[in-house]
Design a protein. Sequence first.
Length: 532
Amino acid sequence: MFLFLLILFLAPSALSLKVATTSYGKVRGITVWSDDNNHKYVFKSIPFAKPPLGDLRFAKPEDPDPWDHVLDASKYSFACMSNNTRSKYQKKTSEDCLYINVFTSERCFAKHCAVIVYFHGGAFKLDSAVMFDDTFILERYVSEDVIFVIPAYRLGAFGQLYLGPNGVLSENLLLFDNVKALQFVHNEIENFGGDPNRVTIMGHSAGGTLIDALGFSKMIDPDASFFQQMITLSGQGEYGFYDVAVNISYNLVERVGCMPENQNRSFANIGDIMNCMRKTDAIDILKVQTEMIDEDEINFKSIIRGAPFMELNGLISDLKKNVPKRNMICGSTQLEYKNDPYEFHAAGTFIDLENPHEVVEHYYESMKGKGITQKIIYTNCRIQENKWIDPLSSAIYISARTYCEAVALSSGNSYLFETWQKPFSSHLTDMQYFIGIHREKIHTPDMDILDSFYSKLLVNFTRTGIPSPDWEKLDPKRMNYLELKVDSELNEGPVMRENYHDELFKYWMGPVKEYDINVTKWVKLETVDVVK
């Protein structure tokens, strides 16, 4: 009798362990039971690369070693090393973090479902692949027959350290992590019930910039075999300044003690520097990085134009030519950033300016002289007489417009939208609708209505390529977009509009670029005068 009761007691636990077989070995996840027998399965911490430790720190990711046991995939790995004091979501971090998390279902194992691969945001320096709510993902995506995958990637100095062309250290290590994760999905997702020919990559903020870089690259996946669709939400277009990235990296190396402060960087032995950096305790590197942020506001927070997605210091405009044929959704919010307009903060190279520092500095200074306030700048999210919206917000609006336009001109279908939900919509507020975080304490009934169908649009797009029959695909001549909002009091819902940020686009592509050209001319004239 005792043995019978023991079997009954243990049976539910035993049945709750789901095993999948990958090319590297078996993994055992967890089961979330469902009354309709479409049980949900979560496989956490599946290695898609070797741990980037020892000689593999600051190296391109390598395929994981196979294992001969059943790997426990029931718990999240640690988050990647980051300035976690600035993010409430990260409790434990580690260099050993290159793992991928897969949310799937019984029905998907039977019929092979479409897949979303989500790259998290956080300015490439914080947040993680382990910070999201399992229940939200299972209810909003997996229950709708979409497999949801979240890979990690190295952050801060661990993913962005770069000392210039040297043959020892590559630029954009974090992007190489992204590519390795996509290769894993392409090769292994069938083992979790996914269709490798129906993969959509999605990202928000810095994650959206990753989507643009990955999806428009002619070098990474030009035949669209790894993924076929893209969703970029509030993508910042944050391609950092090359010289700044190299300078920050040398600054860190010097502070860590891996290069004498007064040594000429042009004659630095990169091999010796990297040997030292690989032997330095990761916590010590993170401490120095944190000091650089807190004391000097020096930060690792962008990818640079280079490998693996484009030629080093190539043009963003070239990236948008001859785009691999894919479908795309591009989204933004009404306000995006609400930074102090008096604080100089140059955005990345979201358009091809030769003198981005000088251009942004000039226009911030001109705004100071006019006594412009943030309220005026953002009134109705339209450009007022000052003709200026700060570069951080402009980068998002112009990126959304130009990337979606490039897809439409390359025979793909693209869909453009902007969230205008009251009481306000800014850079983080829409995350509650598609990934379940940053939900306000005060939540209106209209927000709940939007919440009921926002993620459904993304699900429809992932499964069919069409988010909604009422959402018109982008016509570049009209720049039509969906204004996404719900206002029960005025009996208003989502509506199609035209001329998405037209004035803003014309201003950056007109007077701003003209000023940039003039700066280049002035520099050349000054150079000639000096020579004379």
